[in-house]
Design a protein around this ligand. Structure first.
Ligand code: KIV
Length: 264
């Protein structure tokens, strides 16, 4: 039986941290599950780390379904969250159709949607029709051409307030989780305390309920280097006496997140 939302709500109440990683194929997914990762994100970051594009924009819904299938075939327990890629959410019916495909054909248990206020009605439509949703706020990689790069969001007071308001509004319309990307740590802490649902952080400080990294970044194998908030857990093993393997790097990451050592 796979983990459900209840499991992560209970963990939040008990102050227990959750380790999340991205995966795009069966072998990595199985190693992660065996290492104690509890949520696997089939991220549209695959457009960059697997397909070699310079953004997530070219990823299609068929790409996402294919990679979600690869992850779901060899895992039993992890909750699989799959991204709705660029231009697949621009109206509610289309978004519902694509989200339903990720669950029914891909084997995901939750979809992730980028966007705040503008996506509220759509998120409500999906959650009222039994599709679990994670709302992705802060840095939205699908908006990179408008944002002018992969920059920290919510540094100005107005922007920070908007992200906080969006998180609260997303919870009110039924979102099951929030993912905060590249926002100041104090804002992420405020949001994590303001909502009852689990908050996953990436480049958002240590106080979120869960942490996610792009697996290729934390193994030091991303094509154009890794963001500064990431950490190379495989390289750490080379400096220790322990086994040097990808599974050990995943285990080290899980331990570091659960014990609060990562992020610093
Ligand atoms: O696509 C992805 O991997 C993501 C993470 C950066 C959170 O959305």
């Amino acid at each position: 039986m796979r983990y459900t939302n209840d499991h992560f709500l209970k963990k939040k109440k008990q102050g227990e941290k959750t380790a999340v990683l991205t995966a795009y194929d069966a072998s990595f997914a199985q190693l992660m599950e065996n290492a104690g990762v509890e949520i696997i994100l089939v991220g549209d970051s695959l457009g960059m780390v697997v397909q070699g594009n310079d953004s997530t924009i070219p990823v299609s819904i068929d790409d996402m379904i294919y990679h979600t299938q690869c992850v779901s075939h060899q895992t039993q327990q992890v909750l699989i969250m799959a991204d709705l890629p660029f231009a697949t959410t621009y109206n509610t019916e289309l978004c519902y159709h694509n989200a339903a495909r990720l669950l029914a054909e891909g084997g995901a248990q939750m979809v992730k949607i980028e966007g705040g206020q503008i996506m509220l009605d759509t998120v409500q439509f999906l959650t009222q029709r039994s599709i679990p949703v994670c709302a992705h706020l802060g840095l939205l990689p699908q908006s990179v051409y408008r944002l002018g790069g992969y920059k920290v969001q919510g540094k100005k007071e107005n922007d920070a307030q908007q992200i906080l308001d969006d998180a609260i509004a997303m919870e009110a319309v039924g979102a099951d989780m929030i993912l905060l990307e590249c926002v100041p740590a104090d804002l992420a802490k405020k949001i994590t305390q303001a909502v009852q649902i689990p908050v996953i952080g990436i480049g958002a400080g240590k106080d979120c309920d869960a942490q996610v990294l792009v697996s290729y970044d934390m193994l030091g194998m991303s094509l154009n280097g890794s963001p500064s908030f990431s950490h190379n857990f495989l390289a750490d093993l080379a400096k220790s006496d322990g086994e040097i393997s990808i599974k050990s790097a995943f285990e080290a990451y899980v331990n570091a997140v659960q014990s609060g050592i990562f992020p610093h």
